[in-house]
Ligand binder design. Structure first.
Ligand SMILES: Nc1ncnc2c1ncn2[C@@H]1O[C@H](COP(=O)(O)OP(=O)(O)OP(=O)(O)O)[C@@H](O)[C@H]1O
Ligand SMILES: [Mg+2]
Length: 259
């Protein structure tokens, strides 16, 4: 695979500023306990975290330290036992299921480790899915998705199904799907964990650049210090708490230095 050239803006971004521009994601006092009684596990033991607009953040820490739990709470997938997550003036932990679903569809993007693409759909339809679900006409949705696929170096592969793509290519489709709806924040849980190191580095590179193009903040869970080096800030977790934090020296505080 080759790294795609810096492309023209995808069609979805031809419109004036995505609504992603304003507002931080602010988590306060997050506690998450799984189970009850003797078997209860405290996965988050009081996490405060702010993700600035357009910032790129790595979450690191040993297995079981609460990274995935934190990501799921920040992304509105999981409602915490206590604490709040404020996004665009709303505490998303207090939204009803339907509102939360709409929020996740329209304002937040999520990339799973394995991509979770639908195997029977071609790449362009996988990438267009969030727009289709939001009621965007099919031709517009697929044109926008194709723009993102091209942006991510997959021009000509639009009709291939996930099984006809390499792992790195399939993960780029997952990146396209996460960005196609112009989200304010993109979350990724070990997005390169299933890839070899070189391919993983390429996917991460296109992910960070695409998020920057889209003006989206990026929150990436990773075990790989090489991944964290691509991002503007890293927080380290242990036993459900953030125990350390550092910034990449070369990046601007808001992560938009390359814009
Ligand atoms: N659904 C669940 N039910 C019960 N306990 C859970 C559940 N999900 C996670 N846990 C526990 O919560 C803690 C944090 O898990 P989490 O998945 O957030 O860790 P992680 O940092 O993402 O780990 P890894 O690096 O292995 O993915 C662990 O002790 C885990 O066993
Ligand atoms: Mg995890």
């Amino acid at each position: 695979m080759t790294t795609p050239p810096v492309p023209a803006r995808p069609p979805s971004l031809a419109a004036p500023a995505a609504p992603s521009a304003g507002g931080a994601l602010v988590a306060t006092g997050l506690v998450q306990t799984y189970g009850a009684g003797a078997t209860a596990t405290t996965a988050l033991a009081g996490v405060d975290l702010t993700v600035a607009p357009g910032e790129s953040l790595a979450i690191m820490g040993p297995s079981g330290s609460g990274k995935t739990t934190l990501l799921h709470v920040l992304a509105g997938i999981l409602r915490p036992s206590a604490g709040s997550v404020t996004w665009r003036g709303r505490d998303i932990t207090r939204l009803g299921d339907r509102e939360r679903t709409l929020l996740r569809r329209d304002e937040l993007g999520f990339i799973f480790q394995s991509g979770r693409l639908l195997p029977e759909l071609p790449a362009v339809e996988n990438a267009a899915l969030p727009l289709m679900l939001a009621g965007t006409p099919r031709d517009v949705a697929e044109r926008t998705a194709a723009g993102w696929l091209a942006h991510l170096g997959l021009a000509g592969m639009e009709r291939r199904r996930p099984g006809e793509l390499s792992g790195g290519q399939a993960q780029r489709v997952a990146v396209a799907r996460a960005l196609v709806g112009s989200p304010g924040v993109v979350f990724a849980d070990e997005p390169t964990g299933a890839l070899d190191q070189a391919t993983g580095a390429e996917v991460l590179d296109v992910l960070t650049r695409a998020a920057r193009t889209a003006g989206a903040a990026l929150v990436v869970v990773t075990h790989d210090p090489g991944v964290a080096r691509h991002l503007s800030r890293t927080v380290a977790m242990r036993d459900g708490r953030i125990v350390d934090e550092f910034r990449a020296p070369q990046a601007a505080p808001d992560g938009r230095s390359g814009r």
